[in-house]
Ligand binder design. Sequence first.
Ligand code: CUO
Length: 672
Amino acid sequence: RPREPVFIAKGDKKTVFDVPNEYLNDRYKPLGVSLSNRFAEDAEERVQVKKISIPPFGEILELERDENFSLFIPKHRRVAGKLIDIFLGMRNVDDLLSVATYARDRVNPYLFNYALSVAILHRPDTQDIDLPTFIESFPDKYVDAKVFAKAREEATVVPEGSRTPIEIPKDYTASDLEVEHRLAYFREDLGINLHHWHWHLVYPFEAAREVVAKNRRGELFYYMHQQIIARYNYERLCNKLKRATRFNDWTKGIEEAYFPKLDSLVASRSWPARVANQRIRDLNREVDQIKQDVDDLKRWSDRIYAAIHQGSVTDERGRTISLTENEGIDILGNMIESSILSPNRTFYGDLHNMGHVFVSYIHDPDHRHLESFGVMGDSATAMRDPVFYRWHSYIDDIFQEYKATLPRYSENQLNYPGITVSNIEIQSQGSPKNTFNTFWQQSDVDLSRGMDFQPRGSVFVRFTHLQHQPFTYKITVNNQANGNRRGTCRIFMAPKNDERGNPWLFRDQKIMFIELDKFTVNLKQGQNTITRASTQSSVTIPFERTFRNLDLNRPQGGEALAQFNFCGCGWPAHMLIPKGTPEGLASQLFVMISNYEDDKVDQKIDGVCNDAGSYCGIKDKLYPDRRSMGYPFDRMPRTGVDTLQQFLTPNMRVQDVTVKFSNRTVRPKQRS
Ligand code: CUO
C-alpha cells in the first residue's frame, strides 16, 4: 500500500485502466504505458480514461498520503467537502472516472475513498456502481494488527485454495483484569463499527447542502446514537456492570484506558492508545489548524442548555427560531452534532464533534510528539473505545433534557381506540417460549483487497461474534373498532431491573428500551394473529449485507447494486439481541399498535433498501414514520405514571422474557 496505481477488480472481472500520462504521479510518468501493460497481463477488460481538464485541487493535496484522516477535524472535513464537490460536479460518469483516476494517486487514500463513496452514493448516474465494502478496503481499521503479517505470509507462501482462515482471537485488546473488557465483543464488533461508518457516510455533517439536508437528519443523529447507548447499557447490565456514566467533568481524568492494537497500513503507524486517567487539554495543533480550549466545550454546552430552557435558538443573524414540538429535536441534533445545518455554529459551536477531537488528541494535544489521533477521531473506529459511550451518554443526556421540556403524551396520543394487544409470544427454535438464546459464532471475512501482496487471491480472517437463535414474534391483537384498521406495530425491549436488581422507574427505563422492529399491520375486525420473523427487523441488515462481497451470496444486477452503499447502513443482524446471561437476564418485551393514520408518511418505499429504516432512514425518501423518533418512549410520562405497567394503554402490552447466553461457539460452514 499504496496499492497498484491503475489496477482494480471491477465486479468479478479484472479491469485495467489506461490512464493518460499526465494523470500519473511524477514517479510513475516515465513508466507510462508500460505500467498499464504490466497490469494488463491479468486483465479481462481495458478501460480508456478520457483526458479532461482537471479542476484545481488546492488544499485537498495538503493532507499527506501517509497521514490519517478524520472527519471530526475541521480542516479534514473542509477538504473532504471540497473533494466531494469536485466529484459531484463532474458532468458525467466518464469525467468522474477521469478526475477520480487523477485523484487516486495524489490524494490521501482515506480521504479519497470517503469522498468518492459519498459522491457515488449521491450522484444519480452512479447508482449502479459497485464499491468494495469498507472492511475490505481498509481492514486495518477493524482488525488486530497482528493479522496482517500472517495474512501476507499466507498469501505469499500458500496457494489460493489451500489457504486457511487466520483466526482473530475473541479477546485481544485487553485481559479480564480490565472490567471494561467484558464489553469488547460489542465495542469491537466488525458489524457495529461498519454500521457506524456507513451511517456517517450516509449522513455527512459537512458537504454540499443538498447532500447534508436529508429529511430529519438531526433528529436521526439523536435517535440512532441514543439507541447505541441504550443497547450498550443493556449489554453492560448483561455483564454485571452499571450503566455508562456521562463524560461531563472535563477537568477530571478518563478512568477507562484503551489500547486499540490497530496499525494503520496507510500511515504505517500504530493507532495511539490512552492510558487510564488522562485528561483532555487545550488543543494547539498547527498541523491540523486546531486551536481550541476545553473551556469552549463548556461555553457551547452552557449556550445549548440555555437554548433548551428558553425553548428557542438564535441564528447567525440574531433571529429567534423556536424549538417546536415537531422540529425542535431536528434543529438541536444539527446544532449539537454539529452539521452545516446548525442555525448558528459560531455561537453554539461544535460540541459533539470537538468532543471526539479532544479525546482523540488526549495523548498529544500540542503535537509535540508528532502523533496522530486516537480511535475516537474516526467514525470507523470510535465505537471500539469505552469513552465513546461516556461521551455519547453525555450528548444524549442533553437531548433528554430537551425532551423533558416537551408536552407529555396524553393517553389519547398513545391509545388506539378499539385495538387491544392481548397476547405476545416469542418462539425461538429449540427453547422454551419467551426465551431468546444467544451464543458465539465464527465467520470469515476476506481481507485481500486492502492489502498489496502478490500473488493475489482471497485471504480470509475468522472472527468471533455474538449471535442469537432466529425467532418469531406471535402477537394477538383484537380489533373491536368498527371495521378494518391499519396500525404500526412497534416492538422494543429493555432489561426488567436496574443494575441493583430493582425494578425501574418508568422515567429511567424509558431510555433503556432498544428498538427491535417496526412494521405496518392490517387488522381485520375481531382477533388477529401477527407473526413476524426476527430476520425481518426494521433495525438490522443481514450479515451478508454488512460484509457484502466477502459473501458468496453477493447481490447481483443493477437493482441490487444501486442499494449497495446506502444499504451498508443498518444494525448488524447478529447484534439484534443483547448477550443476556447464562442464568437468563430478565427482560421486558413491549409491543404497541399505534394508529397508522398518525404514523403514515405518504410515499412509496417498496424496492430499494427499505429494510433498515429505523436507524438509517430510507434512501432518497422521507423518514418512514411521522412520529417523533423513539415514540412512545421519547418523552417524560404523563402525571401519575411511575412504572411501565402504569404507562400502558390497551393497545400496548408487556411480556416478561428471558435472554439466555450459552458459552458455545458455532464454527463457520465449510466454504466451497
Ligand atoms: Cu457517530 Cu459521535 O457521532 O460518533
